[in-house]
Design a protein around this ligand. Structure first.
Ligand SMILES: [Mg+2]
Length: 160
């Protein structure tokens, strides 16, 4: 059973590619509708999903709101309030995610990830490339049968 799933945004939910304009502002990021669906399903089963990112841009905020996830903007991910997450899993792709992944009960990386993360014991390397449905693959590892009662406000979404 897990209480919380922490998801790094760039390089997990996106392919890592940012389209920037002449001022350096990020205009577009590519996410995958398979992950949107998977995140909503995880939340519907009563699990907290928190997107953790160093990027203050509105894009990440809007995405989190759209899928119903929480958002933590924090450059130093070793400073996250880990004690408040209960039993948590984490998925990340880069060196910044090391501490978060080490503290997680189960740590995941997409198929393409920074080699510095290889030192993590029991690292679960998924088969999916960043931005191509990483959470849609991970969701199969969650045993929903053992989860707490589902959130009532999400029941309608679930019946679809
Ligand atoms: Mg990343």
């Amino acid at each position: 059973m897990i209480d919380t799933l922490l998801i790094d945004f760039d390089g997990v939910l996106t392919d890592g590619i940012k389209s920037i304009d002449h001022t350096g502002r990020t205009m577009f990021k590519h996410t995958n509708s398979k992950d949107t669906r998977a995140i909503r399903e995880i939340i519907a089963h009563g699990i907290r999903v928190i997107i953790v990112t160093a990027d203050k841009s509105e894009i990440n905020k809007t995405y989190a709101e759209k899928v119903g996830a929480e958002l933590i903007v924090e450059r130093d991910k070793s400073k996250l309030p880990f004690e408040t997450f209960g039993t948590f899993w984490a998925v990340g792709d880069d060196a910044w995610d090391l501490v978060m992944l080490e503290k997680a009960q189960k740590a995941f990386v997409p198929k393409e990830f920074d080699r510095s993360l290889k030192k993590i014991m029991f690292l679960n390397v998924l088969e999916t490339m960043p931005g191509k449905g990483v959470i849609a693959e991970l969701i199969w590892q969650i045993d929903f049968e053992s989860q707490k009662p589902k959130r009532k406000d999400h029941l309608i979404l679930e019946r679809r």
